[in-house]
Ligand binder design. Structure first.
Ligand SMILES: [Zn+2]
Length: 393
């Protein structure tokens, strides 16, 4: 499938621009016309993290005239292993600002628009409407569905990517010409089923593999060359070193882009749609959540508690709360954890942030441990409020 270029060419390139982009200009498929289209293009990158870093850097180098970057977060030391647009001296700085500074350093001819904020229901339509194309570098399902819905409602294409450990995926979603994200994934995964990179890790260089596919597709769409990744899902396995692509068909019953759509505007609450934690977990955690200081006090008092860390072993090895026994959440899901729990002690569960432990708490309470509790905020809040000398991740 070939598609017409998304962007009209700019009137001309300056002498500086001709010099800078000469290696593009001598490619017949790009040429002067293609480079002028890039100059006129407005691209928004959602997130200046793992995928956003290489995406923004190559889009800037390629000469995309206007580059928007939206991110609400600040640079953390644990980002630097993969988010190469930021450096050591940027730690603590807003990511959008840090990314914009790098873009300007790579290519001062790019007009960078900084959106130092979270993308929300209230601003997504207005922000997206100022751009020709969106590059989605988000890492959570709530934002992904919001990005998709806004792009479909505005009739805009976007380039999607996702990464986890050694596995990456990418596609172009453009409802006018092919499927949308909801055609591929009609329902968000059940809460807690799909671990995030913060929970499961990601090989740093995987971000470049997938981010560069996203930029490649962005350039093709903007200039109208090649066979875009519309209606195809690219799947990359870095360990096997294999790329394969599978067809993704437009779902005629898609609630958003199908024949009889029922979603005709943004949802009120994407977090709720994706269920930050399940109803059962929320119910179990209600009234049974303790703080890190309360846990410390219980330990100092010599209370008869059994502290269980429901994270994975790799996480446990990075940082753990003294006295905790590791029983990963999967053992609660398959039931094998229950026989490891003492009947005569109060069960206290914790994970990284409190989401997985709330899921496990629901199972433990159902099994009759009615006075069990979990640590709100998980090991992260323990590090923050009880022992800042421990590493965070
Ligand atoms: Zn759809």
């Amino acid at each position: 499938m070939s598609l017409p270029p998304l962007v009209e060419p700019a009137a001309e390139l300056t002498v500086d621009e001709v010099r800078r982009y000469s290696r593009h200009l001598i490619i017949p498929d790009v040429g002067m016309a293609g480079q002028k289209r890039l100059k006129n293009a407005k691209v928004l990158c959602v997130g200046a993290g793992g995928l956003g870093s290489p995406a923004l850097m190559y889009l800037a180098a390629a000469g995309v005239g206007t580059l928007g970057v939206i991110d609400f977060d600040v640079v953390d030391e644990s980002n630097l292993q993969r988010q190469i647009i930021h450096g050591q001296s940027d730690v603590g700085r807003p990511k959008a600002e840090s990314a914009a500074a790098t873009v300007r350093e790579i290519n001062p001819l790019v007009d960078v628009v900084i959106h130092n904020m979270a993308l929300t229901n209230d601003n997504v339509m207005e922000i997206f409407s100022g751009y020709d194309l969106i590059v989605d570098g988000t890492d959570n399902f709530a934002t992904r569905y919001m990005v998709n819905d806004a792009a479909v409602l505005l009739g805009k294409p976007y380039v999607w990517g996702s990464i986890y450990r050694f596995d990456g995926q990418a596609s172009v979603f453009w409802a006018e010409h092919g499927p949308c994200y909801r055609c591929l994934y009609p329902e968000p995964p059940p809460p807690g089923m799909v671990p995030s990179c913060a929970e499961g890790g990601v090989l740093g260089v995987l971000c470049a593999s997938i981010g560069s596919i996203q930029v490649n597709e962005a350039i093709k769409l903007l200039t109208g060359i090649g066979d875009p990744l519309v209606g195809r899902l690219m799947i990359y396995d870095a360990l096997e070193m294999k790329y394969r692509d599978v067809k993704v068909r437009k779902d005629p019953e898609c609630v958003l882009c199908g024949k009889n759509p029922t979603v005709t505007q943004l949802l009120d609450d994407y977090e709720a749609f994706c269920g930050a934690i399940s109803d059962e977990a929320a119910e179990a955690a209600s009234g049974s959540t303790i703080t890190a200081r309360e846990l410390k006090a219980m330990q100092d008092n010599g209370d008869d508690i059994f502290l269980v860390d429901v994270r994975e072993i790799n996480e446990y090895e990075i940082v753990s709360i003294p006295g905790a026994t590791l029983i990963p959440k999967g053992e609660f899901l398959n039931g094998s954890a229950l026989e490891k729990l003492p009947q005569d002690k109060r069960i206290v569960l914790h994970c990284k942030s409190g989401a997985r432990s709330a899921e496990a708490l629901a199972i433990v309470k159902n099994a009759g441990f009615s006075d069990a509790v979990h640590l709100g905020g998980g090991v992260l809040s323990w590090v923050k409020t009880v022992d800042p000398s421990l590493p965070s991740y």
